[in-house]
Design a protein around this ligand. Sequence first.
Ligand SMILES: NC(=O)c1ccc[n+]([C@@H]2O[C@H](COP(=O)([O-])OP(=O)(O)OC[C@H]3O[C@@H](n4cnc5c(N)ncnc54)[C@H](OP(=O)(O)O)[C@@H]3O)[C@@H](O)[C@H]2O)c1
Length: 345
Amino acid sequence: MTHTASVVGASGFTGGELVRLLSSHPEFEVTQATSREYANRTVGSVHPNLRALDLRFSEPDDLEPVDVLFAATPHGVSMAHVDGFREAADLVVDLSADFRLGSEEEYEKWYDGHDRPALLEESVYALPELHREELPGANLIAAGGCNATAAIVGLAPLFDAGVLDGSEHVVVDVKVGSSEGGAGGGNASSHPERSGVVRPYAPTGHRHEAEIEAEFGCSVSFSAHAVDMIRGAAATCHVFPDEPVGKSDLWGVYRESYEDEPFVRLVAGGSGVYRYPEPKAVAGTNDAEVGFEVDPRNERVVVFSAIDNMMKGSAGQAVHAANVALGFDERAGLDFQGLHPVGAP
Ligand SMILES: NC(=O)c1ccc[n+]([C@@H]2O[C@H](COP(=O)([O-])OP(=O)(O)OC[C@H]3O[C@@H](n4cnc5c(N)ncnc54)[C@H](OP(=O)(O)O)[C@@H]3O)[C@@H](O)[C@H]2O)c1
């Protein structure tokens, strides 16, 4: 039986990706896509890749009942409108940061507080590789932040296997594409200002530190660079295990965690041009590439991961989480390969 879905914030970048994924998903039919600015216009008038769809934007104030509502709106919108969302749908999947952290105190610390702290206990942090067991039956799902997702997917096997136990300090550096800033990204993401840059962005105090620390219980130093790509988040994580670890040990650790995961592949050395995780190789897909190297002289392990911020880092992860929550095949609607060769994605 087909499930109905609506996308609130469908004129934005991640909202457009949700409509793209859901419109060819075997279990979903998109019945509503909202935008205040483009209400009554076709979805294809904003997203040219979706011109074939017979779907028009409607106002978010006129939500129709659906099985699943995906919210792809700026921070603060979902927490303000969550009652209306939940009235309209049995399952709400939110792509913003509004329901990712576990307590009001954390929102006081990292954001500007929270309107509906009672719901924070109820919401499930989506990243399905880590929270698969909690998703079935959930009615409020928070998709993880894109940079946090890149780091967490890369580091999780080290914590699961006890290579890291949470007492260590983890350093995360992420290179991010301009689509992270959304459709209204502003001057910093405009083509003349963004082209060719490798620009430190949020070098300290990035809010995604909170998500990574919540997963692993360790302290995280996070910095990001805005670089000249459209899609992609590439994380380089530096960790210093207490005990020496070899590369073959790490292969065992990562295989154990990921060999059955449909959306994670290991890329660590080998031959050819693409020997480590690379955003170009996952552009447009829900895949994450993860790799590593050992630096014995400095007692360091360096972990690389690459995702498409609008897929594994948001819309793809949201659809994957909904698939798990509703008992669908996990790959439904996400089972396709990326492009090669491709220009700066
Ligand atoms: N871009 C990424 O790579 C990425 C990755 C992970 C998570 N996220 C998160 O996902 C969310 C969406 O990001 P995005 O990049 O897709 O943003 P975006 O391109 O700026 O799109 C925002 C969408 O929300 C709608 N909107 C804005 N204010 C609204 C309101 N008060 N009520 C209803 N709709 C409203 C906008 O349309 P109208 O103004 O026309 O209604 C638009 O469709 C954000 O919370 C972001 O942090 C983004």
